[in-house]
Design a protein around this ligand. Sequence first.
Ligand SMILES: [Ca+2]
Ligand SMILES: [Ca+2]
Length: 215
Amino acid sequence: MEGIKPEDIKFTPFTDGKIRVWFRMIDVGKDGYMCKDDFLSIADRFVKEYSLSGGKATEVRDWLVDGWNIVLDMDKHKESVEEMMKKMPLVVAMGNKVRSGARISEDEFTQAYGQLIEVYPQLAKESLEKMVGAFFEVFDEDSDCYITDAEMTSAMHCFGYDQPDLVKAAFASMDLDKDGKLSREEYVGGWVSFMLDQDKSNPFVKAFAPHLVEQ
Ligand SMILES: [Ca+2]
Ligand SMILES: [Ca+2]
């Protein structure tokens, strides 16, 4: 499987459009804003649907509610958190806003994520891999280390995305070896490419963000 090239991880209008697709997908009230309670309600949906307990429930909640701060913390062996905070004021502001319960607009969310990609592309990739990987384990309900079509449809339903045909199309495009199921590598790689790659012919983009292909 071909990984995403580091030079392709950049914040372009195409990336901007994909982040907005993601925001709209998870926007609980579909009103263009998210707040801590919205992220918590998504987390609770997962906790309930997958009967998560203890560490796994905490992990899912932390990623959804406190993901911005997790990202700031991840790279501290390379650079001080203070230094990172100076370079990514929008990411810091986002973390604080979510924690305080303030409303976050689609623009704020998109610009903050864009800043992370621009300033620390490798960290953007690693944190996304880590987050998607954590969810992979949740969605793999029978713990066979593969996600099936049905497991992916339930997962997307939990995120509030109810277009099974598009989920099936995305699933098929992520299944690189065509064995009918997604390995961890296929699943994580598929999401990372969808979010960060500049390839407009990516079938995942066609499934979830067709308006960006036609641009
Ligand atoms: Ca499975
Ligand atoms: Ca496969």
